[in-house]
Design a protein around this ligand. Structure first.
Ligand code: BF8
Length: 679
């Protein structure tokens, strides 16, 4: 007993393990704020990642907790399995079934998150169409007219034998009602599927994976993964495909489109990135989450004379907004509001001591924000009925689109009133970078398209002649189990060095802004000669910020435009293109990965995949899926090797298209030119 007490005592005096900023991040501002938090005795996700280890069996994907006979844990034996795999749960579920069910539930959650966001946006649009709100309007009628035909909504009418434009309000109402129906229509298939190249659509049809409606595919995953239902990993993966397509070519794509219609389609604009955008002498409001419906109003409120004057009356020089996560991307791409940081920087923005209010909606919000806010004057405000926090210091101001501006002004006023309550010495890291964001399908066409064909002709031409080797979509989260931003930045630098044009979204895009990769000048510093030449000629960065995670739909549509422009095959899987999520952590990333793969894209994830405990399922996802949809999964934690895998795939596709020789010639020309320059 005495000995036991001694051990307890000895443990109690052990210093608490904390993160080493040098190994936790490549971002100096983040490193500085991790240290600051440690000085103040406040733990952050970086410290918790040091003390809380992930569960090894969960990591392998083979912990089954779907019934109360378990959890049944089926780790892979250390030496692997020779001969028959006899592992099974109490019900007999194999490791493949368990891991496939867990994977499927991640897909379901990811699809649900994106698509429920999409539904909220379409509901607001319905209010606009019904004239129930004056705070939102139709800012991009062109996009409304562009999507109307997919919902079988006529944009013209016949009057006295003549075809004339139909009333926009009528179109809006019909589109809104039909779009909302996509979540629960009783028969048929999703309306947007036909936006995909025809061979891809036919592939989905042949394999029986055309989504019927969005909600049904999510519900069906939950049913199939209930105890004792689907016990064939291939059949489970098939439903993962169907549900994920309901996201990428359904809920997420509608979120993007209806946001563009109501808030404006983005076009390139200049802004800044990283925590250095916060200002000590301003009221700082950090907006965090995913749905831009409220944040649009906060931006408008914060820019109003009334609110700016009120801030000045309260001793501030003005109001500084900053975005975190995808809400940050949304208000960046449409209004140029600077990004304050990625997913992993959310606690740190409060630790500056200068955050007067942090406003959150849904997804990727740490509950620990409330604990951090408690140490400062910061008002943490939740705004969504489905995303509340239990801590007492959290304010909940429920947002309602019918009085959106009123809600937004109330929130901004709370932040202004709180300015004088700052109690801890302010420490804002000085680091910030210039960024150009706001590229979309249309602006890529404008910059890299051909005016005479009005398409992606110039982009394709430069891919065919080899100046651009291929295109990569690098997207997704940060993960506290990997060094913050290192994966994103190393992979992207390696890609552009090898003449691969990068399209980026989500926290990857924020990381690129933070590390200065989103400027045209980047081309001259980091790019291979071919890509640099193209970027310098048309004046774009080699890394194009396409928005938030739901805006991955823009990547699908941009790739579709490339197919349409000609010369690069007939299907998305023919393109010299690849996808990547270097530091993924969320279930949404798995849903995105699955729809990229099912749309024909070779998709590499960093960190690890929860599949190691089920090698047969893993081989199916990493190899066999390619024979069905033309795309497949892969995983490589080492960033340079990760990028090389993508480049090797791009080169394989160039060879299949017969354009590999063109590239050799271009490179030879370049090398010759460089030799000449040196001489
Ligand atoms: O939806 S990239 S950490 S913020 S999940 Fe979350 Fe991942 Fe960031 Fe945006 Ni996407």
């Amino acid at each position: 007993m005495a000995e036991e007490n001694k051990t307890v005592k000895a443990k109690a005096v052990e210093p608490k393990k904390v993160a080493d900023p040098a190994t936790a991040t490549i971002c100096p501002a983040t490193g500085q704020m991790i240290t600051r938090a440690q000085e103040l005795g406040i733990d952050t996700v970086f410290d918790r990642a040091v003390t809380l280890k992930p569960c090894n069996i969960g990591m392998q994907g083979t912990c089954c907790k779907i019934c109360a006979m378990g959890p049944c844990r089926l780790p892979l034996p250390k030496g692997g399995i020779e001969g028959e795999d006899t592992r099974k749960g109490l019900c007999g579920a194999t490791a493949n079934t368990v891991a496939a069910r867990n994977f499927a539930r991640m897909v379901a959650a990811g699809v649900a998150a994106h698509s429920d966001h999409g539904r909220s946006v379409v509901e607001v649009f319905l209010s606009v169409a019904r004239k129930e709100t004056e705070d939102y309007t139709i800012k991009d009628p062109g996009k409304l007219l562009q999507i109307a035909p997919y919902f079988d909504v006529a944009t013209t009418v016949e009057v006295d034998g003549e075809e004339v434009d139909r009333d926009l309000d009528e179109i809006a109402l019909e589109v809104a009602e039909k779009a909302l129906n996509e979540w629960g229509k009783p028969e048929g298939e999703l309306s947007y599927l036909k936006r995909a190249p025809e061979p891809l659509y036919e592939k989905w049809k042949k394999n029986g994976v055309l989504p019927r409606n969005i909600d049904r595919e999510v519900v069906e995953i939950m049913h199939r993964t209930h105890m004792g239902v689907d016990q064939d990993y291939k059949n489970l993966v098939k439903q993962c495909t169907r549900a994920s397509l309901a996201d990428g070519w359904g809920g997420a794509m509608m979120a993007t489109d209806f946001q563009d219609i109501m808030f404006g389609s983005p076009s390139p604009l200049q802004s800044e990135a990283n925590m250095g955008i916060m200002k000590e002498d301003h009221v700082n409001i950090i907006i965090h989450g995913h749905e831009p419906v409220l944040s649009e109003m906060i931006v408008a409120a914060a820019q109003s004379k009334e609110m700016i004057d009120y801030a000045k009356e309260n001793g501030a020089k003005g109001i500084q907004l900053g975005g975190i996560c995808c809400t940050g991307n949304e208000i960046l791409q449409r209004h140029g509001v600077p990004t304050a940081g990625t997913f992993l920087q959310q606690e740190l923005a409060i630790i500056t001591g200068a955050c007067d209010a942090m406003v959150v909606d849904v997804q990727c919000v740490f509950q620990n924000l409330a604990n951090v806010a408690k140490c400062f004057h910061t008002k943490l405000i939740t705004t969504h009925p489905i995303a509340r926090m239990e801590q007492e210091n959290v304010l909940h101001i429920e947002f309602d689109e019918h009085h959106a501006m009123e809600d937004a002004k109330r929130i901004v006023t709370i932040a202004i009133d709180n300015f004088e309550n700052r109690d801890v010495e302010v420490m804002i890291p000085p680091h910030k970078s210039t960024q150009i964001a706001g590229f979309g399908v249309e602006s890529i066409e404008y910059h890299l398209g051909g005016t005479f064909r009005g398409s992606y002709y110039t982009l394709n031409d430069n891919i065919i002649n080899g100046r651009i080797r291929g295109v990569a979509g690098v997207v997704g989260c940060n993960n506290a189990r990997t060094k913050h931003n290192e994966g994103h930045i190393t992979i992207i630098k390696e890609l552009i060095k090898n003449d691969v044009l990068v399209l980026t979204t989500g926290c990857s895009a924020i990381a690129c802004g933070t590390h200065g990769l989103l400027t045209p000048e980047t081309a001259g510093v980091f790019c291979g000669p071919g890509l640099a030449e193209v970027c310098e000629t048309v004046g774009i960065p080699p890394v194009l910020h396409l928005g938030s995670c739901v805006d991955n739909s823009r990547i699908l549509l941009a790739a579709t435009e490339m197919v349409k422009a000609g010369g690069l095959g007939k299907d998305l899987c023919d393109l010299p293109a690849a996808g990547s999520a270097p530091e993924w952590m969320s279930e949404k990333a798995i849903a995105i990965g699955q729809y990229f793969v099912s749309s024909g894209v070779y998709t590499v994830f960093g960190y690890h995949m929860p599949l190691d405990g089920a090698p047969v399922l893993k081989a199916y996802l990493y190899n066999e899926l390619e024979t069905i949809y033309g795309g497949k999964w892969d995983c490589e934690p080492d960033p340079v090797k990760h990028a090389r895998l993508m480049i090797a795939h791009i080169d394989k596709k160039r060879k299949e298209l017969g354009i590999d020789k063109a590239r050799e010639r271009v490179l030879m020309d370049m090398a010759d030119r460089q030799k000449l320059e040196l001489a």
